[in-house]
Design a protein around this ligand. Structure first.
Ligand SMILES: [Ca+2]
Ligand SMILES: [Ca+2]
Ligand SMILES: [Ca+2]
Ligand SMILES: [Zn+2]
Length: 378
């Protein structure tokens, strides 16, 4: 267990940089699908930890399902949880916490609520039939959680799109023009850049809506730590849930007092599920006036996390994604324990999900395969 818990430091997925030529934004508002078309939701029930500190969560994707999102919580911000093992039909091994990179599956380590998405790689597609996830909690006492699943039965589209909802949380003071009334103009080139970065995975922004936050702006314009982040993401309602909600804020600080450019619920977020601490993405807009491309890089990268993408290579090189078409870099040339972008030029730093996203980063075909199966994508 300690190996996996050592990874806690990477439980918050931070970001930095991208820029690219602008394309015409297809903010198409065409034919609307029924929001529930192609999704099946299942209440899996309530589960309490056994004497081993874990709980076994059975779930069963239907034939034809292209993805399954299982989520369990809430258990608060003082407890961390992950999956110890996941098995598929015939007790086939899908995931083992002790050797995550030995499989084509990844699971995060999360406070409050754990979302788990299958599949996160074309090398381990989803099978119909009986699955079981053993959840592990880093807790002193017993824990009880509610679990649900969303199975996406809608087939994968040739040209998948994802609807975007941008909610402005008191950012107009530091970034004039970032408000619901002006955003269609002021944010257009940023969304063009997001589309450019996503185009390698053939993902495109669909319908876009802009709102000014109608909650406690004074509290949330600076997001202080994990619990405030979770509370903000929980305001995503079930009527907005088949989209990615991006909250634009002035600043995000982590529990250790560091500043973070963006954070996604997850990975993965609870795509198509509102009301959880993993129901959206938070983006800092402080740099918008001086470097609007930074906002685009944050949106594209954190949106990737929300839709189920893990870092292609982690900052300290200890972890990598389960995708064969994204390079892994191990060239810590100066031996300082950190893989800097200039140490991995041409060998990984060009990917959208590089831990420190750069100018011109792109989504790979395998990453496109994963996101096209998200319940938030159509
Ligand atoms: Ca605050
Ligand atoms: Ca890879
Ligand atoms: Ca280094
Ligand atoms: Zn990240």
């Amino acid at each position: 267990m300690s190996g996996a818990l050592d990874r806690l430091a990477s439980g918050l997925f931070a970001l930095a940089l991208v820029g690219a030529p602008l394309l015409g934004l297809a903010a198409c508002d065409g034919e609307k699908l029924d929001p529930e078309d192609g999704l099946e939701r299942e209440d899996l029930g309530s589960f309490t930890t056994d004497t081993g500190g874990g709980a076994d969560i059975p779930f069963e994707p239907a034939a034809g399902a292209v993805s399954a999102l299982v989520h369990c919580g809430p258990y608060g911000y003082d407890i961390l949880a992950t999956a110890e093992t996941i098995t598929g039909p015939g007790d086939s091994a899908i995931y083992d916490m002790e050797d995550p990179t030995g499989t084509a599956m990844r699971v995060g380590i999360m406070s409050d609520l754990l979302p788990v998405l299958l599949p996160v790689s074309p090398d381990l597609d989803l099978a119909a039939g009986a699955h079981s996830m053993r959840m592990y909690f880093d807790a002193e006492e017993g824990v009880t959680v509610s679990c649900s699943a969303v199975y996406r039965t809608q087939p994968v589209e040739a040209n998948p799109t994802v609807d975007i909802r941008v909610v402005f949380v008191g950012v107009n003071d530091v970034a004039p023009g970032l408000n619901a009334a002006e955003a269609e103009t002021t944010l257009a080139s940023v969304l063009d850049e997001v589309n450019t970065m996503w185009s390698g995975g053939n993902l495109e922004i669909g319908a876009v809506t802009y709102e000014d936050f109608d909650g406690d702006v004074a509290t949330y314009t600076v997001v202080d730590g994990d619990e405030e982040l979770g509370s903000l993401l929980r305001t995503v309602s079930s009527t907005n849930d088949r989209s990615i909600t991006f909250f634009f804020v002035q600043e995000i600080t982590d529990d250790a007092g560091g500043t973070i450019l963006g954070l996604a619920g997850g990975p993965p977020g609870t795509a198509a599920v509102g009301g959880t601490s993993k129901s959206g993405v938070v983006v800092t807009a402080a740099s918008f006036a001086s470097d609007p491309s930074e906002v685009a890089r944050i949106m594209a990268h954190e949106g990737g996390h929300f839709l189920g993408l893990f870092h292609s290579t982690e900052k300290d090189g200890s972890e990598s994604d389960p995708l064969s078409d994204t390079p892994e870099c191990s060239n810590d040339a100066d031996g300082n324990g950190t893989l800097a972008s200039n140490e991995c030029e041409g060998t990984g730093a060009e990917n959208l999900m590089w831990w420190n996203t750069k100018d011109g980063a792109t989504m790979s075909a395998d990453q496109g395969w994963v996101v096209s199966r998200s319940a938030a994508v159509r």
